[in-house]
Design a protein around this ligand. Structure first.
Ligand SMILES: *[C@@H]1O[C@H](CO)[C@@H](O)[C@H](O)[C@H]1NC(C)=O
Ligand SMILES: *[C@@H]1O[C@H](CO)[C@@H](O)[C@H](O)[C@H]1NC(C)=O
Ligand SMILES: *[C@@H]1O[C@H](CO)[C@@H](O)[C@H](O)[C@H]1NC(C)=O
Length: 545
């Protein structure tokens, strides 16, 4: 019996060493990157072989004399606390270690200087925010200069990534000059709180991790067929009847407000998605007559299809609903979905058949869908919001406002590249998600494929490339809840983060492996259960919950 157990163990080990299917057979050359553990890699970095020390007992963040954001900027003060804890909180304080005594010089201050007259401290970030910053690490004062607080937040994260421990465990930082800005303005993560309810705590933890990766958009796919957890003040019955549970599986107005403020403090926009006319089964539970009754022959079958596009009450409802949404969510954009509309139910319904005949649409149900979307877009336009839609809306030739963003999610490499080219040649802005459906998992280092995909990798003109505003990593929720969301997302989404932030020519997989491994250990040290890339260890392992 004992021997048998032993055999099994040995088998397990060997399998671990020789994976059956490792897609790329990637054997990393493990060595420290000349960029340390910086992730995503800044646009311009120069790290010298000159090392200074830092100590929690005498280090402080200060606001520069001429900074437009002083000590009254709560957003910055909050960030100083966060980064002080990351820098000095977790590890044991090292008192006057040997290296400390040998006369090495120390950085005792990070001076933060917001240079624009308007620091934007009390506003929300937007797609046009200036997120750039410049960081100079010298002794005794390091200086972080940024036009707005949004760049300063990124600079603080970068500063924290430059700090490491020397062989005696003393906090150290090298003389460094960094000048940085994002390649793309829209760098998002989609979380789906409909297929499974995501407790607020896990949403906040992922916003925190997004900030560590310089993501700046939380695309909140908040409702879908399966459940309607958004508690609406105007239509409370939507979540009362449509959530998995009316008290324990809902986001109250206070919850939503908390998420938005927590995100703002980290330079992250919150863009809600209320996807219609498909993906709306849960809406129908609390809002009678909103969905189309499906027919089986001449009788209603008792089931319902997409939103009913031929009733006036539908548009009255949408008008009131989106008035509320536009007041609750401060971002300029809402995501209106518009994907995967199944026409079967519409086809079965005699009232809709008659409407189609009256309009002279024949059997072209795309025209019916377009009528609905058009009216919805007009409604949302009256709220002064901009909108993002999934690619089908463009494919179906709906008339769109010029500032519409088309979200590409379908097809293989050739298909999505063609789609990006078509959208941009029609003059619309676009962003990419197709290669970044991180809910899909496989054995091996799939972060590499994620890392290699590039939103501007299609044939087009400079004008077309400018219309690509970025992309989003998506974590759909069919098989994901609070138990597995975080390790499935990180560090795989970090690969997307670098693609969207760093210069286009940052493509060295081996260097990325070494920096990302260290970045992943840093996330672990900060309490995030980010999964490993490959066989390795972290100086401070995840301790469980
Ligand atoms: C930091 O400086 C030390 C020498 O003091 C050097 O050994 C190390 O490689 C430098 N780190 C980086 C990331 O350049
Ligand atoms: C819907 O509204 C239109 C125009 O406002 C009106 O002509 C039509 O009669 C209304 N339909 C119903 C079923 O009330
Ligand atoms: C990327 O291009 C810039 C400017 O052309 C160059 O300075 C830099 O060294 C390149 N970086 C890499 C990693 O090739």
């Amino acid at each position: 019996m004992l021997q048998f157990t032993f055999l099994l163990l040995v088998l397990g080990c060997c399998q671990g060493l020789q994976p059956d299917y490792d897609s790329e057979d990637f054997q990393p050359v493990v060595q420290a990157s000349k960029y340390g553990s910086l992730w995503p890699l800044p646009q311009k970095v120069q790290i010298l072989d000159v090392c200074f020390k830092l100590s929690g007992s005498n280090f402080k963040f200060t606001d520069a004399k001429d900074s437009s954001a002083g000590p009254s900027c709560v957003l910055l003060q909050n960030a100083y606390r966060r980064y002080f804890e990351y820098l000095f909180g977790a590890a044991k304080q090292v008192k006057a270690g040997r290296s400390w005594l040998t006369g090495s010089t120390a950085v005792t201050q990070l001076q933060v200087w917001i240079t624009s007259p308007d620091s934007e401290c009390d506003t929300y970030p937007s797609v046009t925010s200036d997120e750039s910053y410049e960081l100079t690490v010298d002794q005794p004062v390091a200086v972080l200069k940024a036009p707005t607080v949004w760049g300063a937040l990124h600079g603080l994260e970068t500063f924290s990534q430059l700090v490491y421990e020397d062989e005696y465990g003393a906090k150290s930082i090298n003389s460094t000059t960094i000048s940085d800005f994002p390649r793309f303005a829209h760098r998002g993560i989609l979380l789906d709180s409909s297929r499974h309810f995501l407790p607020i705590k896990v949403i906040l933890a992922n916003l925190e991790t997004m900030a560590m990766n310089k993501f700046n958009v939380f695309h909140w796919h908040i409702v879908d067929d399966q459940s309607f957890p958004y508690m609406s003040r105007t239509f409370p019955q939507l979540s009362q009847k449509g959530a998995y549970h009316p008290y324990t599986h809902v986001y109250t107005p206070a919850d939503v407000k908390m998420v938005i403020e927590f995100a703002r403090m980290r330079g992250i926009r919150v863009i809600p998605e209320f996807d219609t006319p498909g993906h709306t089964q849960s809406w129908g539970k609390g809002q009678t007559d909103l969905l189309t009754p499906c027919f089986s022959g001449i009788k209603p079958s008792g089931t319902f299809g997409p939103v009913n596009p031929i009733r006036n009450t539908t548009y009255k409802f949408m008008d009131q609903f989106f008035q509320e949404v536009s007041a609750v969510f401060p971002d300029h954009y809402v995501h209106l979905g518009g994907d995967e509309v199944d026409f079967t139910c519409w086809k079965s319904n005699p009232d809709i058949q008659k409407f189609m005949a009256d309009q002279g649409f024949g059997q072209d149900y795309k025209k019916l869908e377009s009528i609905y979307i058009q009216r919805l877009l007009d409604i949302v336009t009256t709220t002064k919001k901009g909108y993002i839609v999934w690619q089908e809306v463009f494919d179906n030739e709906v008339k769109l406002k010029p500032d519409t963003v088309i979200h590409v999610w379908k097809g293989n490499l050739q298909a999505y590249q063609k789609e990006m080219a078509d959208i941009t040649s029609a003059g619309y802005q676009t962003m990419l998600s197709t290669p970044w459906y991180l809910n899909r998992i496989s054995y091996g280092q799939d972060w590499q494929g994620i890392y290699k995909a590039d939103p501007q990798d299609f044939k087009g003109t400079e004008e077309q490339y400018k219309l690509v505003i970025g992309g989003e990593a998506c974590m759909w929720g069919e098989y994901v809840d609070a138990t597995n969301l975080t390790p499935r997302l990180w560090p795989r989404a970090s690969a997307v983060a670098e693609r969207l932030w760093s210069a286009r020519n940052v493509t060295n997989i081996n260097d990325a492996y070494n920096r990302l491994s260290a970045h992943r250990c840093r996330m672990v040290e900060r309490g995030i259960p980010a999964e490993p890339l490959f066989s390795s260890f972290c100086p401070r392992e995840y301790k469980g919950i």
